[in-house]
Design a protein around this ligand. Sequence first.
Ligand code: NAI
Length: 324
Amino acid sequence: MNVTVTGAAGQIGYALLFRIASGQMLGTDTPVRLRLLEIPQGVKAAEGTAMELDDCAFPLLAGIDIFDDPTAAFEGTNVALLVGARPRGPGMERGDLLEANGGIFKPQGQAINAGAADDVRVLVVGNPANTNALIAASNAPDVPKDRFTAMTRLDHNRALTQVAKKAGVPVSEVRKVTIWGNHSATQYPDIFQADVAGTPGARLAEDREWLEGTFIPTVAKRGAAIIDARGASSAASAANAAIDHVRDWVHGTPEGDWTSAGVVSDGSYGVPTGLISSFPVVSRGGSWEIVQGLELSELSRGRVDASVAELQEERQAVEQLGLV
Ligand code: NAI
C-alpha cells in the first residue's frame, strides 16, 4: 500500500510515521511504501525522519520517498493523510486562514484527482480540517466524495476518556459516543445514546451542570489545554487518532459500537448535503456509513445546528474565494 503523509516533518508526522511503518494502521500483513510530502524548507527534516525510519528496520516498510511536489507525492497513493496545513498567524482573520489553506488543499485535491490509486482514501488532519477536506474533495471531481474525510477521532477519544472517568469505569466499557459537526470549539460531544458499562449515557447527562459546565467544554477545549500544559499542540494523541480512523475505515468498526468521523453529508440529521461534518459512523466493507435513526435531544439538536451553521459559513467563505 502506498501511504502519502503531508507535513511529514512536523510533530504529528513524527508521531505518526513510525506507527504506520510498524503495521499499526493497515495491519501486520500489509507492507507499506511511505511517500512524504513537505514544503521545500521541510525536506531536510523529513530526510532525517526517513533516516530514523530506516534505522528501525521495520519488516513491513517497503520504501520511503520524499517530495516537495504534490503531483508526484500522490502518484499511486492508496491512503493519503493530509496533515500539513497553514496555522493561524497573529492577526489572521478566518477568511485569511481559509484562503491560505485553500492554497494548500486545492492543489493537493487536484493532485489526488490526477494520480492517486482508484481505491484512494483521504483523511484530512490539518486544520480547519472539515473545510480543508471539502476543498480537497471539490477539486478532485473524479474521486467519489465519500473518500474524503476529516478527523474528529481525537475529539471522540477524548470524550470516551472523560465519560469513563466520570463514571469510574474502564474506557473500554464506554460505547456509542458521538462527536457532531465541526472539528472546532463548536463541536458537540453527545453522550445521550452512549452505553457506559451498561448504564445509559442519558442518565449521566441528567447531571446538566457536569454535562454543560465540565464535559462538553473539556472535550471541545482540550486542544487549548494541551497547548497550555505542554507548550506545544497535541501530537501523539492526534497521530493515534489518525491511526484509529484509517484502521477502522479499512478493517471495520467493532460490532455494537460506532465511532465519529467527518464525512460528506447525505442530508442525514438535517445536515446540509455536501458539507463534511462529523457524524456517528460505522465502517463496513471498507466504507463509512452514517448511523441512522438516532433521536436527538433538544439540547443535542441545538448544539448540532450551531456547529453545522459554522460549517455552512466556512463553506460560503471558500465558495466566495473560488476554492470549491
Ligand atoms: P507542525 O507545524 O509541527 O507540522 C506541520 C508540517 O506541515 C510542517 O513540517 C510544515 O513544513 C508542513 N507543511 C506546511 N505546508 C505544507 C504543504 N503545503 N505541503 C506539505 N507539508 C506542509 O504541525 P502539527 O503539530 O504536526 O499539526 C499539523 C496540523 O494538524 C495542524 O493544522 C494542526 O492544527 C492539526 N491538528 C488537527 C487535529 C485534529 O484533531 N483534526 C489535532 C491536532 C492537530
